[in-house]
Design a protein around this ligand. Sequence first.
Ligand code: CDP
Length: 204
Amino acid sequence: MMFAVAIDGPAAAGKGTLSKRVAAHFGFAHLDTGLIYRATGARVLGGENPVDAAKTLRAEDLARDDLRTTEVAQAASKCAAIAEVRAALVAFQKDFAARDGGAVLDGRDIGTVICPQADVKLFVTASDEIRAERRFLELSGKGQEVTREGVLKDLRIRDQRDRDREAAPLAAAADADLIDTSDMDIDEAVAVAISTVGKVFRRR
Ligand code: CDP
């Protein structure tokens, strides 16, 4: 059984948590595609060329424990604008989406480029300030030295770069369901996503 759920949206919109919980609910596999770009960005910060890093990315790169910083996020977003970097990472993501047993992928271009035939497409957003507040709490909770202003600035710079690039820009697919989580807590957002996916899944 193949069943693909594409979850896209701007930085820190809650895609990660939402995707994990939707995948767990339906018993699907989950791929955080942002992690692939973060792992590439981390290797570039270590001195490598972006295209070489993307072409030789290994599973252990994704397991690094230093990928969730604003520095790595910025490096990821810079790498992600390079068409050749994206091209090197496409096949793995497409294969994942087509796996037997169902898959949830979250990122920026899942519904538009990686999996335009996805069974369900969600585009998750929230206001800049709310996304920044959530990310600030997440990073400061992990002991990182961040400020609210710094986190907000990071998100805005990345979103603009991600939206304005030529290669697979951040955008909602024309047939995506929009979920604005500004006034929802995570449980409410998860319930909306599960209900949307469930309506399609039950017909299959
Ligand atoms: O967690 P957050 O939403 O802040 O970011 P992420 O999903 O980990 O993605 C980090 C960066 O990778 C983004 O700012 C994008 O530049 C890039 N990315 C992308 O271009 N395409 C994807 N499918 C996923 C991430």
